[in-house]
Design a protein around this ligand. Sequence first.
Ligand code: SAM
Length: 243
Amino acid sequence: MTREFDFSFETGDIPELSPQILRESMPDLTDEQTAAFIKYYKMLVLWNRKLNLTRITDPNEVAEKHFADSVLGASLIPEGARVVDVGTGAGFPGIPLKIVRPDIELVMVDSLGKRVKFLTELTLELGIDAAAIHARAEDAARTSGLRGSFDIALSRAVAPMNVLTELTVPFVKVGGASLMYKGSNAREELKESANAMKTLQCRADAVDYDVPWGARTIVRAVKTAPTPAKYPRKAGTAERSPL
Ligand code: SAM
C-alpha cells in the first residue's frame, strides 16, 4: 500500500530542536519525553511543507509557543482524566499534554481531514494511544459516547470564548471543566461570555501564567448542571450568533 504522504526521504534539512532548548521552558522533561517532542517537531515541520499546520517552525519558538504553552494546563487536569481537545489542529494542546501526562485518555477533534490524518500518523509514530476524530465540534458533541462524557475539554486558538463555551462544554460531564487557553484579552472575553456561561450552566475562573512568550491565561469553565438539549446549536450557528 502506498502512503499518501511519504516524507522519509527528506528529513535532512530540518533545523535541530535540541534537548537543551526544550528543557529551558520544560525543565522537568524526562529523556523519553524529550525524544518524543523532538520527533513531534520533525514531523510537524515536514508535514507543514505540504499541509498548512502552523506558521511557527523555528525550533525555539515551537518549543515555547506550541509545546511548553500547551503543557501550561497540566496541573489543572485530574489524574486519569478523560480529555477532549476541540479544534486541535496539529495537536495543540492535546498531544504535548499527553506526552507529559500519559495517564490521561485523549480524544482530539478537528473539522479539517488533512490535519486529522497528520494526527493519526503522529500518534502512530510517537507510540501514543489517542484518538483523532474528523468532525465539527457541533456534530461530535451530539454523538453518544462523546456528549457529556469528558472530565476536561481543552481548546486553544479556536474561537472567541462565547463561541468556544458552546463548542466545548457539551462534551463535559457535570463537575468537569472546559479549559480555554487565551492571551492578554482573556478577562475581556470572559466578561463578554457571561451569557454563554449562564446558558451553558458554568462557573468560570481564570488562571494566569507569567511566561517569557507572552501573557497567557487559562479560563476554566466548570460545568455545574447538564447542558440544555438544544446546545450546541447546528454547525456554524454559535459563530454567527454567539450566546
Ligand atoms: N488548537 C490548535 C493550536 O492551538 O494550534 C489549532 C488552532 S487552529 C487556529 C483552529 C483549529 O480549529 C483548526 O484546525 C480548525 O480546523 C479547527 N476548528 C475550527 N472550528 C471548528 C469546529 N467547529 N469544530 C472542529 N474543529 C474546528
